[in-house]
Design a protein around this ligand. Structure first.
Ligand code: P1T
Length: 377
């Protein structure tokens, strides 16, 4: 079955009680039981909810995973995946991730005896050096937020598996439409559904998808035991969002390419980060591993002053955190999404004070270009 057919039908069976074509929002905290130990598979809404279950079937099918679990945010999904490691274990984290992911490792996980090191996962030789006898997990984002570095998922999976470590991939930027990490050997996929999967900037959520049954049972246990579940209403919104994922991603990709090319030729722009440009260092790998390049584009303006001018002059693009919605959003990673990353690390990665990030929306691209052209001039 094709991607859109799965997106529209997986988990979306007509409602058993009424035949409703759209999965209802089961806004309930509990379920009537017929007798002691006799119920319809639903006992308490933290543990199971039909709307959430429909979404879990839907996204796991899109990721080609056997199991999937929906969480209250991308961060709680990542936190649940990290509960597969224990005190004394070592985790390798890609050196460029969403700032919140770095903060979860550096400020929270480190308090619980889990050791971690940063590595440039796009450089296999560097990455190999980072493994230790107790390395149990490799966590990568590709392309990275915000400098769009691409990691070879098949190669790093092979490397990690040979050393007894699981691989987690944050697939938020590509969505399963453009990249299927599990098909490339990755063990666990995480998402912020807040972004492209929901796609309309009106819900915060997260997802964990995986194939291993034992690990899936543990994630299920964590989801219920900790309770950071996605609400029925948010599950409904994301389920509605994924139905149009393919058409939205095609538009984001089309507009993203136009915006990246425009910026690359603009005299006031010093550098553009977009894997779809032939000048991107991993352009060939991105072409091989992804089926599109998406709508995330970052660019260097040269200084905080220049960045501020651009960010405060745009009219169509909205200045704000987040990404992946139908509307174009523009942000300043150094002071917004990546403020929790030490300045020294930010500078090394290219997250300078002059870096601007755009989540290119699906408006008419001429209007986005006109807005950026005006702001840059
Ligand atoms: O915001 P939340 O749903 O908890 O997701 C966190 C998260 C995880 N992974 C990636 C790649 C992300 O980009 C994010 C959130 N990012 C932003 C809010 C942002 O503007 O980059």
């Amino acid at each position: 079955m094709g991607f859109s057919t799965i997106a529209i039908h997986a988990g979306n069976e007509p409602d058993i009680a009424t035949g409703a074509v759209s999965v209802p929002i089961y806004q309930t905290s509990t379920y009537a039981q017929d007798g002691l130990g006799k119920h319809k598979g639903f006992e308490y809404a933290r543990t199971q909810n039909p709307t959430r279950l429909a979404l879990e079937k839907n996204i796991s099918a899109l990721e080609n995973a056997r199991f999937g679990f929906a969480f209250a945010s991308g961060m709680s999904a990542i936190d649940a995946a990290l509960k597969l490691v224990k005190a004394g274990d070592h985790v390798i984290l890609g050196d460029n991730t969403y700032g919140g992911t770095f903060r979860l490792f550096s400020r929270i996980l480190s308090n619980y005896g889990v050791e971690f090191d940063l590595a440039d996962t796009s450089n296999i030789a560097d990455l190999e050096q980072a493994f230790r006898p107790n390395t149990k997990m490799l966590f990568v984002e590709t392309p990275t937020n915000p400098v769009m570095t691409v990691t070879d998922l098949a190669a790093v999976s092979e490397l990690a598996h040979a050393r007894g470590a699981k691989v987690v991939c944050d697939n938020t930027f590509m969505s399963p439409y453009f990249q299927k990490p599990i098909n490339l050997g990755v063990d666990i996929v995480v998402h912020s559904t807040t972004k492209y999967l929901n796609g309309h900037s009106d819900s915060v959520g997260g997802f964990v998808a995986l194939n291993d049954e034992e690990d899936a049972e543990w994630i299920r246990f964590v989801q219920n035991g900790v309770g950071a579940i996605l609400s029925p209403f948010d599950s409904f919104l994301v389920l509605r969002g994924t139905k149009t994922l393919a058409v939205r991603m095609e538009s984001h990709d089309r507009n993203g390419r136009v915006v990246a090319n425009f910026l690359a030729e603009h005299p006031k722009v010093q550098k553009v980060y977009y894997p779809g440009l032939t000048s991107h260092p991993q352009h060939e790998l991105a072409k091989k591993q992804q089926s599109g390049f998406g709508g995330m584009v970052s660019f260097e303006t040269g200084s905080l002053e220049n960045a501020k001018k651009v960010l405060e002059s745009v009219k169509l693009c909205t200045l704000g955190e987040s990404l992946g919605g139908v509307e174009s959003l523009i942000s300043h990673p150094a002071t917004m999404t990546h403020a929790s990353v030490p300045k020294e690390t930010r500078d090394k990665l290219g997250i300078t004070d002059g870096l601007v990030r755009i989540s290119v929306g699906i408006e008419d691209v001429e209007d986005i270009i006109e807005d950026l052209d005006h702001a840059l001039s």
